[in-house]
Design a protein. Structure first.
Length: 128
């Protein structure tokens, strides 16, 4: 007996919503190039690395925003309640001032989704 139209629709929905998010498909090598031209001036990635204008980002994924020891964060960042993951990082690096109004990061954001995906792929690799 062939599947009902409803069963087919449910199966398609399950596949679509179970698919990994787009940013999981970023290219870490391309992300490193974007990081080096857009982020490296202000952020370090190495464990125990020093803070620059922005905080060191080692161990970024899973950390609550505004909690990296030794860096003076804005009140807006501390109060944001954000825990950094693929989604929150993507939203933030696309529009830092829009995502956390009042934060002090001067960067205007990455507008191209492929660059956002690539940077996240690189950060996942480089900040563990």
């Amino acid at each position: 007996m062939p599947p009902t139209p409803r069963a087919v629709t449910l199966a398609i929905c399950a596949l679509v919503f179970a698919a990994p998010p787009a940013w999981a498909d970023g290219d870490a090598a391309k992300g490193e190039r974007v990081y080096n031209t857009q982020c490296k001036t202000c952020h370090t990635l190495d464990k125990g690395g020093r803070h620059l204008v922005g905080p060191n980002m080692h161990g970024l994924f899973g950390r609550k925003a505004g909690t990296m020891e030794g860096f003076k964060f804005s009140e807006a960042m501390i109060a944001s309640g954000i825990v950094w993951d693929d989604k929150t990082i993507a939203e933030y690096i696309k529009d830092p001032k829009g995502r956390i109004p009042g934060n002090t990061m001067a960067f205007i954001g990455l507008k191209r989704q492929d660059q956002i995906d690539d940077v996240i792929a690189y950060l996942k690799k480089a900040t563990q």
